[in-house]
Design a protein around this ligand. Sequence first.
Ligand SMILES: NC(=O)c1ccc[n+]([C@@H]2O[C@H](COP(=O)([O-])OP(=O)(O)OC[C@H]3O[C@@H](n4cnc5c(N)ncnc54)[C@H](OP(=O)(O)O)[C@@H]3O)[C@@H](O)[C@H]2O)c1
Length: 244
Amino acid sequence: MRRLYPQPAELAGTADLEDEYAVIADRHVRANFVLSLDGIVEVDGRCGCLGGGADRAAFMAMRAVADVVLVGAGTVRQEHYGPVRLDAAAQERRRGRRQVPVPPLAIVSNRADLDPAARVFTTETKPLLLTSAAAAVRRPDLTGVAEVIACGDQWVDVTVALAALQDRGLGRVLCEGGPTLLRSLVGANLLDELCCTTSPLLAGPGHRGLLGDQPLTDLISLSLASVLEGDDMLLARYQSPGPR
Ligand SMILES: NC(=O)c1ccc[n+]([C@@H]2O[C@H](COP(=O)([O-])OP(=O)(O)OC[C@H]3O[C@@H](n4cnc5c(N)ncnc54)[C@H](OP(=O)(O)O)[C@@H]3O)[C@@H](O)[C@H]2O)c1
């Protein structure tokens, strides 16, 4: 892989890529998506066919530097999400940065409509479940497989959810989707950085786009921070200039 912008450079390996995605601030919200050229994020409910080697490498590097991986329940259900896994070298580099070897997963769900036997719960470290107080009461069975945190009475307030992560020392957040969750982070002005891998594919209409269905009231401007290239894909990093 190579960096095209700002300073062109070859990125020799995984550690280089982790440096590329290193986060200095102790509170930072990054989202990462892979898209087709016409801006779709799934085909038949899955995004695997949009990705490739370079996208996968960046995805793993972003996980390797994050304090927590945040994901919406829709993506967990559709993609049959599993626990976060990192290889031994990435875990060692995390220890060197005084991070736990593997970042925990945090799932956002209003309804907590999740199967306690799902793959995502088959891990030694329980994922966090950021849900409503009403759903927490309705689903006591999930407390055995997740750390259930109420972040609103009937609905999750994403500002409260991110504050709950920060209270646990999980300030560098990597949001892996999906569009509904991204839309709520953008709507609450909580997003610092958007990473988009553009794949050289056209998918046509009838698929989900980056921000789901709920329109924005205004255009939102971002600024380009970097562009990498690998496997015919462009991996762009955009920063949100607005105050948080
Ligand atoms: N291309 C990519 O990089 C990429 C990345 C991720 C996902 N995807 C695709 O996106 C599709 C899923 O889209 P989606 O919009 O359904 O994804 P999503 O945002 O993961 O899931 C939506 C669900 O997550 C929960 N949720 C999300 N935001 C919430 C909030 N602010 N407050 C409370 N609950 C919240 C709700 O769960 P409950 O219904 O349980 O209340 C909601 O129904 C999948 O097909 C997946 O393949 C693509």
